[in-house]
Design a protein around this ligand. Structure first.
Ligand code: GLC
Length: 625
């Protein structure tokens, strides 16, 4: 009898599930038995939970999991449940009304609560570009951008930097960062050069691996760990100048052989996968004319089959829209190529596709057979596996014990350590450096001496970043004032005028913030105002230390010959004291160039290993006191 009853109850629940799944409404209570379902039981294996949950999902629910929307473009918050969205993101600058940690955490928890109210209660993954700290959040610790970390060549430090970033991200509830960027920038004219660790694949592989470990800890699911995302797959740093957006570099065509692609741009992914990276972002660029987002060879044959990547592939922002053809064909091409989650993101006010249209067209594609159900199931399996591994079903809300630690002195101390290890001493005539803290008078000058936004660079509070007091931190001028003795006079003159004498001048020049294609430049010479400022001070006969704040090496010949000392500080972030630690000798500089420093624009691209190689400063160069 018991057997018959069992058979009957199995038949009944199968029938009800069939009925439920067809209408997509599902059943009020899906519990197969008293102790709940397999997928809700953390004692079950991840694979068992994935398969059980997948078997219960309607096509609408599966497609929802593959859909990522920017929270600023939600038609209504309830759409998270209505469309079973698998993920939200904050693109650069997509912040809550009050840009403070508590408000972020409240926003995350509100969205998560809606997601959990859906029929199967699948939690969302929430992604953000925490690429040099939790850089969208006012008050967060902002670390040096990757080019500076590359010059530290210190995997342990990079792991600690990423660990702290993860804690600050988790303190706002957010569980996924679109980092590390493991681009290998080969042409400094590319606006995203500073997002890469360096031009040599080995250093990118070493530091990328360390960053993944820092973000995710030794395995997904540990407290304070977040999901990492190695990006952008593949060859983003190798595009040919002139083939990109606005005829420049970004999102251009990487015109190299498969052998060179594997040698230069793939090692970072091998090490990230070895470290267990849970997500990888497809790249905007083409490889020899085929968009990465459309390449089954790259995304499936190479990444998933040959390299054995078990996580999921997320598209870049509207990354599938650029594929030739209409939106529906873009969707079919991209999903069949191996994209598992689409960053739609629903930017209708800016001409983007509504996420409801993405969902509708993908469902049509599946129902007409253009996208096999097996491909949908593979994508959803990959996404669910990560969500179970991360423990999101058990701990879906913000760990508020981490929220108050955002921007803490301890975190900033590690950022300061990263700054001083990232600085590269390129010139030091007559041992001008280190300066004395007891000098009579120090002149501080240059547009980047007292400008927190400029020293942080792009991807800071907003997408492009911005000049001025954009967040909380210490400018280089403030750090100098703090460091010197009470008897030392520190005079600030932004253009160097009005000061006839001083024991030394510190002139902080370079670039102002930019991100992505906004930073593509075909002339990297130091700007005229900067050069004028330095000349004015030199003409006053004051020994001059030039500090360059920039996202890449700049063209500084012939003027550099007149400078007494030169430090490359890259984009150090909020902790300006890391610069004065080196300036006054509390730290003997150890930084080594992770990018060759060209003499002129005509030398670019110039990379270590080139047959003809005569840079101003070689890859790996850096002086000590
Ligand atoms: C951007 C970038 C990518 C970033 C994404 C989300 O366009 O290419 O690095 O993660 O959009 O902001």
């Amino acid at each position: 009898m018991a057997h018959i009853i069992n058979n009957k109850s199995i038949l009944l629940s199968a029938f009800l599930m069939l009925v439920g799944s067809y209408h997509g409404k599902g059943l009020g209570n899906d519990k197969a038995s008293a102790e709940g379902t397999v997928y809700e039981n953390p004692a079950k294996t991840v694979d068992d939970r994935v398969e059980d949950l997948l078997s219960r999902m309607t096509l609408d629910e599966k497609i929802g999991q593959m859909t990522q929307v920017d929270r600023q473009f939600l038609e209504r918050d309830s759409d998270i449940a209505t469309y079973f969205l698998g993920s939200l993101l904050s693109g650069g600058g997509s912040t809550p009304a009050e840009n403070r940690p508590q408000a972020w955490a409240d926003m995350y928890d509100r969205y998560q609560k809606i997601a959990l109210s859906s029929r199967l209660g699948i939690p969302i993954l929430y992604g953000i570009d925490a690429v040099h700290g939790h850089n969208n959040v006012v008050g967060a610790t902002i670390f040096p951008h990757n080019i500076g970390l590359g010059c530290t060549n210190n995997p342990d430090l990079v792991e600690r930097v990423s660990r702290i970033t993860a804690l600050e991200v988790a303190g706002t509830g957010i569980d996924w960062t679109f980092a590390p960027c493991i681009a290998v920038p080969r042409d400094e004219r590319w606006g995203r050069t500073y997002e890469g660790f360096g031009e040599e694949p080995g250093i990118v592989a070493r530091l990328g691996k360390a960053a993944v470990r820092g973000f995710q800890t030794a395995e997904l699911g540990n407290p304070g760990g977040i999901l990492a995302c190695a990006k952008h797959f593949v060859g983003d740093g190798g595009t040919k100048w002139g083939t990109g957006r606005n005829g420049k570099a970004d999102r251009g065509d990487t015109q190299i052989s498969e052998e060179e692609l594997r040698a230069i741009h793939l090692p970072g992914y091998l090490s990230a996968i070895e470290e267990g990276v849970g997500s990888i972002m497809a790249s905007y660029n083409q490889w020899n004319g085929t968009y990465c987002h459309a390449s089954k060879f790259l995304l499936t044959d190479l990444l998933k089959e040959e390299l054995g990547f078990q996580g999921f592939v997320v598209s870049d922002w509207e990354g599938i829209d650029q594929i030739p053809g209409d939106y529906k064909s873009d969707i079919i091409t991209a999903i069949n190529a191996g994209i598992d989650m689409v960053m739609v993101p629903g930017a209708v006010p800016f001409g983007g596709e509504p996420y409801t249209r993405f969902i509708k067209l993908l469902k049509e594609a599946v129902e007409e057979g253009s996208v096999p159900v097996s491909r949908i199931d593979d994508a959803v399996r990959r996404i669910l596996r990560i969500k179970f591994q991360m423990g999101l079903f058990e701990n879906p809300y913000t760990d508020r014990s981490l929220t108050d630690k955002i921007g803490s002195p301890e975190h900033r101390e590690v950022a300061r350590e990263a700054v001083r290890q990232s600085l590269v001493l390129l010139k030091n005539n007559n041992g001008l450096l280190p300066l004395s803290k007891r000098a009579g008078r120090i002149l501080v000058s240059g547009k980047n001496a007292d400008n927190l936004g400029n020293q942080c660079g792009g991807w800071t509070i907003s997408w492009q970043g911005g000049s001025g007091p954009v967040t909380e931190g210490t400018t280089i001028l403030e750090a100098i004032r703090e460091a010197v003795s009470p008897t030392t006079e520190v005079v600030f003159s932004i253009d160097g005028s009005g000061v006839k004498n001083a024991d030394a001048a510190v002139v902080v020049v370079g670039e102002t913030p930019y991100a992505e294609w906004e930073g593509d430049k075909d002339n990297l010479a130091l700007d005229e105002n900067d050069l004028e400022t330095i000349r004015r001070i030199k003409n006053a006969g004051i020994p001059t230390v030039v500090i360059i704040i920039s996202g890449r090496p700049l063209i500084i010949e012939p003027d550099v010959a007149d400078w007494d000392a030169l430090i490359a500080a890259w984009l150090p972030g909020t902790e300006g004291q890391g610069v004065t630690d080196v300036l006054f000798g509390d730290y003997n500089p150890t930084g080594k160039l992770s990018m060759s420093w060209p003499r002129s624009m005509s030398q670019i691209p110039i990379n270590v290993g080139d047959k003809k190689y005569d840079p101003l400063f070689k890859y790996g160069f850096g002086l000590r006191y």
